[in-house]
Design a protein around this ligand. Structure first.
Ligand SMILES: Cc1cc2nc3c(=O)[nH]c(=O)nc-3n(C[C@H](O)[C@H](O)[C@H](O)COP(=O)(O)OP(=O)(O)OC[C@H]3O[C@@H](n4cnc5c(N)ncnc54)[C@H](O)[C@@H]3O)c2cc1C
Length: 490
């Protein structure tokens, strides 16, 4: 029997994972990537012997990655070395307080006790809430397309964890109900930003994120996270997947209500039995030549302003991950989401992967720094050199306030990614990193579905579709999408 052909628009993590799974299910697969490299936002940059990941810097839900390798007939530990993060991060506050958030419980509880003894109990209750939400998500949200409520035994069993006190509330209010310490409140309020959202507008169900990180750990990939992309591409090539770069899909072709293939920017036509959109789901309508769902700027998740800095000097005082909190978190998110501007006082995240992985710096000397602040995903924001320098001054002012070493005279290489550059490079409206934000129940749970409602043979995978952004969720999305394709196309 002739093998069916699937075309995947985009070679991001979601596209590559889909390609591997479909190839394993005996599909002929072609991945069309518009840029000159695979991986999408999981990208890398190298200069002068300094090696940077320009996107993700932390892996969570390790199991989901291992499962993808297994689905591709391989073993993750034969391809990649994952390094656990101990501590998970260092937190630095405006008032000078600083501590390391450790997944080694005795160390961590000593810190909580010193901050606020009553919060020891709050921490356990908050983790318990996250654990129960995780249990539910595993059998529902993470495993199925949205609104696919066909009951099965596993889903019904998961539902026994309902109703959950607090789970239906607002995220920040729930954090405040569990922690009295303002420092711990700010720490746990940070987690909705893992999906580009505000703690003040997200539902408490996002408490699953801190639980997952604490229970299953945060991980670095030796040699840089881009190693994952390289491994997936090698496995895809071995499985016979056709991997095309500089192949921008301009149109999705259809006959009546069924898609039949794609047309590339150079006019090449490729016929297909199924087309999977890994680029932003909101762009599919224009590619079909129909009025699709547009994505208004106010519905978008956060973008980011990223400075990549290779420093000549070694900085042993730095943790692999550190967060330098702004003085007024609520004001920062109001500026990001309501005023839609770069904050006056941004919270700054610094990843120094060379602290755990000396292969990332030339001859083992110096450091690679990934310095990021959240930024709004606006249309038409022009990040001029002046605007970048103003924002950089605010970022470094925050770092200085937190006692960050003065590196200005020691910079060997540097690069900057603005929201505009992120948007243009990955064809993501406004440079939104995680598609739409997760504010309110509807947006958090009813993201664009993995199968097109109108056109047969058209599917979606990745951060802009169900179940959402972030590397593990994108891999879960690929699994859901492939199951739908298998169910509907064979
Ligand atoms: C600065 C930054 C930091 C991040 N930090 C983390 C982190 O620490 N942990 C974490 O888990 N996640 C993090 N993320 C998010 C994570 O990178 C994404 O959620 C994930 O990689 C998205 O994968 P994807 O497959 O959905 O899409 P993408 O990576 O966006 O891939 C989509 C691909 O489709 C291509 N494409 C689009 N349109 C077309 C077209 N018409 N034709 C052909 N190709 C097309 C694009 O070029 C792109 O390669 C971060 C992202 C960024 C940018």
């Amino acid at each position: 029997m002739k093998r069916k052909h699937a075309i995947i628009i985009g070679g991001g993590l979601g596209g590559l994972a889909t390609a591997l799974r479909l190839a394993r299910a005996n599909w002929r697969v072609t991945v069309c990537e518009q840029s000159d490299a695979f991986g999408g936002k999981m990208n890398r940059w190298e200069q002068g012997g300094f090696r940077f990941d320009t996107g993700p810097s932390l892996i969570t839900m390790r199991r989901v990655f291992a499962e993808l390798f297994e689905a591709a007939g391989a073993r993750m530990d034969e391809h990649l070395e994952l390094v656990p993060m101990h501590p998970l991060a260092e937190y630095v506050y405006d008032d000078g307080t600083r501590f390391r958030y450790s997944s080694y419980l005795p160390d961590w509880l000593a810190i909580v006790r010193a901050l606020e003894p009553r919060d020891v109990d709050g921490f356990f209750r908050f983790m318990r809430l996250g654990a129960r939400l995780f249990e539910i998500s595993q059998e529902t949200f993470f495993r199925r397309p949205p609104l696919d409520f066909t009951p099965d035994l596993r889903a019904l069993k998961a539902m026994r964890h309902l109703p959950l006190r607090h789970a239906w509330d607002n995220y920040h209010r729930t954090v405040a109900a569990h922690f009295k310490s303002p420092h711990l409140r700010q720490l746990f309020d940070r987690y909705p930003t893992y999906v580009g959202s505000s703690p003040y507008k997200s539902p408490a169900t996002l408490a699953v994120i801190p639980y997952v990180e604490y229970a299953f750990g945060g991980w670095h990939i030796k040699g840089g996270l881009y190693r994952l992309v390289e491994s997936l591409c090698a496995l895809a090539a071995r499985a016979g997947v056709t991997l095309m770069t500089n192949a921008r899909v301009e149109r999705i072709e259809r006959e009546g209500r069924r898609v039949t293939g794609v047309v590339l920017a150079d006019g090449t036509r490729l016929a297909a039995d199924a087309v999977v959109m890994n680029g932003d789901a909101s762009l599919a309508g224009a590619m079909l030549g129909v009025k699709g769902d547009t994505q208004p700027a106010h519905a978008r998740s956060l973008s980011g302003l990223v400075f990549l800095v290779g420093v000549k000097r070694t900085l042993p005082q730095l943790a692999h991950h550190a967060v330098y909190f702004s003085q007024d978190y609520r004001r920062e998110f109001a500026q990001l989401f309501d005023e839609r501007k770069f904050p006056d006082d941004p919270t700054v995240y610094v990843s120094a992967p060379s602290r755990s992985d000396r292969a990332l710096v030339p001859e083992g000397a110096g450091e690679t720094l990934f310095i990021m602040a959240n930024a709004p995903a606006n249309d038409g924001d022009e990040w001029t050199e002046t605007k970048i320098q103003e924002a950089r001054a605010r970022v470094f002012a925050r770092l200085r306030q937190g006692g960050f070493p003065d590196i200005e005279s020691e910079i060997a290489v540097a690069d900057v990614w603005t929201p505009g550059r992120i948007g243009a490079r990955y064809a993501m409206p406004g440079g939104a990193i995680y598609g739409t934000h997760s504010h309110g129940w509807r947006r958090a749970f009813l993201r664009p579905p993995n199968k097109d409602a109108r056109y047969a043979g058209l599917y979606y995978v990745g951060g802009s579709t169900h179940p959402g952004g972030g590397t593990p969720t994108v891999l879960l999305s690929a699994k859901i999408t492939c199951e739908l394709i298998e169910r509907c196309e064979t």
